[in-house]
Design a binder for this molecule. Structure first.
Ligand code: TYC
Length: 93
């Protein structure tokens, strides 16, 4: 019998975390979310926020499943706490 070995490295599934546009969440709040939960500097946060504002959806980062799920929960809890309708979702890459 010839023993075969599979290549050992398997890449984890990755998930995009996305912010969705709405008409009510203040731009400044979205920038703060991007700084606080996605470690963006002010300039990049502003760019992403404007992209979402203009295109309806935008990527905040790419993570493994558990990390992505945690980010979504943190953002949704934070938005709810401040009574903003901001929506954050994840999708498989
Ligand atoms: N459209 C919002 C406004 O004009 C700003 C906004 C940007 C809201 C990004 C949500 O994910 C969002 N105040």
């Amino acid at each position: 019998m010839i023993a075969r070995t599979k290549p050992q490295t398997k890449r984890p599934n990755l998930y995009r975390v996305l912010l969705l546009n709405d008409d009510y969440t203040p731009m400044e709040f979205v920038i703060h979310v991007l700084e606080r939960f996605f470690n963006k500097d002010r300039e990049e946060a502003n760019t992403i926020m404007l992209h979402v504002h203009n295109h309806g959806v935008g990527e905040c980062g790419v993570f493994t499943y558990e990390v992505a799920e945690t980010k979504v929960t943190q953002v949704m809890d934070f938005a709810r706490k401040h009574q903003h309708p901001l929506q954050c979702v994840m999708e498989k890459k």
